[in-house]
Ligand binder design. Sequence first.
Ligand SMILES: Cc1ncc(COP(=O)(O)O)c(C=O)c1O
Length: 453
Amino acid sequence: MATKEFPLRPEQIERVETKYRRIRTPIPVPESVPLLEKLRELEPRSMGGQPPVIWHHGEGATIGDRYGNRWIDFSSGVLVTSVGHNHPEVMKAIRGMADQGLYHAYCFPTEIRLQLIEELSIWLPAPLKRVFLLTTGSEATECCLKLARTWGLKAGGPAKRVFVSFENAFHGRTMGAQLAGGAAALKNWLSETDEFVQVPFPDGFRQPDTSFAVFEKSLAAKGVDPEHVCGVMSETYQGCNATIMPPAYAQALRRWCDRYKALMIFDEVQAGFGRTGAPFGFSHLGVVPDLAACGKGIAGGMPLSAVLGAEELMGMYGPGEMTSTHSANTICCAAALANLRAIRHERLIDNVVRLAPILAEGVRRIVKAARGRIGHHDAIGLVGCVQFTRPGTTAPDPDPAWEMVLRAVQRGVMLFAPVGVGGCAIKINPPLVIDEEALREGLEVLEQVAATV
Ligand SMILES: Cc1ncc(COP(=O)(O)O)c(C=O)c1O
């Protein structure tokens, strides 16, 4: 949630030259400022919250600009390039498909679509058997919403239409996704509706009581009859931090959904395909949802998303009733297939498991260096988060978070703008291919920066 802009005034930076980082110009680069200004002039202001660096190329866990600067990438785009930038197999697949000749096959089957779905079936636990390919994460979460509402109609009639999600959740920017989202600040453009209800996420910070009793009490307090709930959707770890749902909570939620015939839906758009050190975020929780929405890291940097679902749910719409024009774009499918194979063949999930304690330790060091300015931190797999808060409170403190991002970028570690409640959270999520040396170097930079903001 970018609520600010980074200044476009070039700052002279001490030269950085290591194996992974190179900063040899002021940042922003003076020659790039007119281009950045032009973007700010022509795009909506909402696009202005991005760090003032014009990306030009990438390689594994580093990215570069055309002015000779190079960064360790702790953003993975925005948790997209799990196999690293410019992965040779993904590139080969994209080129191969393009060389076959570009065609568009929305209304027609393709072999590459089948190959990708077969690959996905290797990843999927029962009963998630059916795969519906889409383009963006929001499209996937919206589709889950539609399926839950359709299921509600079927299982309980028109009254079974309440969709439950979690405070501070993020499911995308389209209308249904934002109604299900849990950030009040993003919903000013929407009118009140009792069909979407949010309950506290058991993060142990803004909601200290992580027991499932809170879920039931919150619904009761909002006057929701559990029989009227058609679905419950949550990220497995919340994207505004890196806090995973406690397994006991997830298991109680699974039982609750079964009892009230509500669909259990996990939004795996960020967590899916290895980010947390397991195939899916829910792999840590001892449950399998009825539906999962995937995106981001599924396709190595190309726009592709997927809804994974149980047979009964994915059969509710008849031929031609649930489709999307760019569904299964052949080049995106080829990239996704190569990406998922690379994650398996290169054993990237093992790399995540091996590096996770190093990231967690680095996050703790950053917290220490920030001298009480960071109120909450967390890490799972290769995603970590620190939240700047006013000392001794949970109130967000965005200014030091923004300063930390800018200082890190100026010293050769790429982060995206702060996210989360009040824009106070810095996410650390390098590509899953990062090596230990680069990870340690980037974390050390962040520790040094945290000591100065
Ligand atoms: C957890 C989660 N769900 C859904 C989305 C929406 O995905 P997209 O931006 O591809 O529509 C995002 C994007 O940040 C996300 O993090």
